[in-house]
Write a protein that binds this ligand. Structure first.
Ligand code: SF4
Length: 445
């Protein structure tokens, strides 16, 4: 049965407490920092999409220059605090650390990064100063990682930025689309406030492009516009029974947990989660932590092809989620309008497809799961309608790589809206690239 308020407030608090606890004291951080080999041409730095100078910031921690360390991180990634909690570091910096080659534990780069950036936020260290005003104004649509990162660079250069955000809080996917045990809603709010504390950035909330504001209006009132609107709606399964009560989108499910509170979000006894990306993992683990008795994840390929990392999968397994590999949803059966069963096709792997991964092929055999809730996490599709309305020529924004420009002069775009949905850290870099392109367009560099 689907119901909310399954657990006590103490149980919710325990289930959603921080999955990666911070250092208990500065000595522990220094011990880890002193293990770093401060490699020349460091592979950890190269594998960071924002190119944080990892050996430099770790050296600064080792020498007790925490302010300097935070500045090194924020200079490359203004969301360095949030990224230290949500980045899949096992496939980025920590995965590239040379200690892996020695078959030893890599340096806990994320934990060290969190150490200095959280201290900077807590102490409200102002590490950047705005240049004198240039008199230029830029509008940014979306207060997610791409928009905030773009805004911070532009503000540093003396540009006045106004961000239009359709939600009532900033942070984008960080605030609304990631498991609450990785980043709390309070942390996300603090991070947005810290970023905007540089000045020159105003966020106007509950302002949706296409409804409350138009692109024409923004173009008229600003010297340039940056669109960092993220990816759009959840991809539908296109199978019978999808409209039955109890079938929900993962993004909406996670959004509700983040915005309404744990006790208000209904969850089933037997939940099936379709997909094996990070959003699927976040939905499955949180369903379990909300009190679901059984959570089964279904993926049409095998572990070798799954989009989430092994670390993420381990979290789901430790939470008691089951995984059925080589299974694709075929139809959903219900009674009295509610979900009762999920019929799945058994798949096998065929030839590699366009993505380079072996494609799933239907064996013709099926199996049936008794479920009372199905969470769909099969990816997202871009805001096609919105983009058509804006008269931008593609189903998702195509930008020229060199200048992040759309086909409309003075309108730039970046982040998930362009790349189709990557990590937070990729969106931060996209925001920096967008800001650089806008500065060039405005002849300010
Ligand atoms: Fe330090 Fe590892 Fe980076 Fe080398 S690769 S600089 S040891 S964190």
């Amino acid at each position: 049965m689907i119901k909310h308020n399954r657990l006590s407030s103490e149980q919710y608090a325990e289930n959603f407490s921080d999955i990666h606890p911070p250092y208990e004291n500065s000595t522990a951080a220094k011990v880890d920092a002193n293990r770093c080999l401060f490699c020349y041409d460091a592979p950890c730095m190269k594998s960071c999409p924002t190119s944080i100078d990892v050996p430099k910031f770790i050296k600064q921690i080792a020498t007790e220059n925490i302010k300097g360390s935070a500045k090194t991180i924020f200079s490359s990634n203004i969301m360095g605090a949030g990224c230290s909690k949500v980045c899949p570091v096992e496939k980025l910096c920590e995965g590239a650390c040379v200690y892996n080659l020695l078959e030893e534990e890599p340096i806990p780069i994320a934990k060290l990064q969190r150490y200095s950036t959280e201290m900077a936020m807590k102490e409200n260290w102002q590490l950047f100063q705005r240049k004198n005003s240039t008199g230029k104004k830029v509008a940014i649509v979306g207060a997610g990682p791409a928009g905030l990162s773009c805004a911070h660079v532009l503000s540093r250069e003396g540009i006045d930025v106004t961000i239009y955000e359709k939600e009532s809080k900033g942070g984008g996917l960080m605030t609304y689309g990631i498991a609450a045990y990785k980043v709390t809603p309070q942390f996300c709010e603090d991070e947005v406030n810290y970023i905007t504390s540089i000045g020159g950035i105003e966020i106007k909330y509950n302002q949706e492009l296409g409804n409350d504001i138009s692109l024409a209006e923004l173009k008229r009132n600003y010297d340039a516009v940056y669109l960092g609107i993220g990816v759009g709606v959840a991809r539908q399964l296109e199978i019978p029974g999808e409209k039955l009560e109890g079938v929900v989108d993962a993004i909406e499910f996670i959004y509700d947990i983040r915005s309404k509170g744990y006790a208000s979000v209904p969850v089933g006894d037997k939940v099936a989660v379709i997909g094996m990306g990070m959003t699927a993992i976040d939905a499955a683990t949180q369903a379990k932590r909300l009190g679901a008795k059984e959570v089964t994840m279904l993926y049409r390929r095998t572990e070798a092809e799954m989009p989430c990392t092994k670390h993420e999968l381990d979290i789901a397994m430790l939470d008691g989620c089951e995984v059925i590999w080589l299974a694709a949803p075929q139809k959903i059966k219900g009674s009295a309008g509610k979900v009762k069963q999920l019929v799945c096709s058994k798949m096998k792997l065929g030839e590699p497809d366009a993505s380079g991964r072996r494609s799933p092929v239907d064996t013709g055999e099926t199996f049936t799961l008794d479920v009372d809730m199905i969470i769909k996490a099969a990816g997202q599709t871009p805001y096609e309608k919105l983009i058509k309305k804006l008269n931008i020529q593609h189903s998702k924004f195509k930008i020229t790589i060199e200048n992040c420009a759309t086909n409309i002069r003075g309108v730039f775009a970046g982040g998930d809206a362009v790349n189709g949905g990557k990590e937070v850290v990729d969106a931060v870099q996209a925001g920096k690239d967008g800001a650089a392109a806008i500065l060039k367009f405005l002849k300010l560099c």
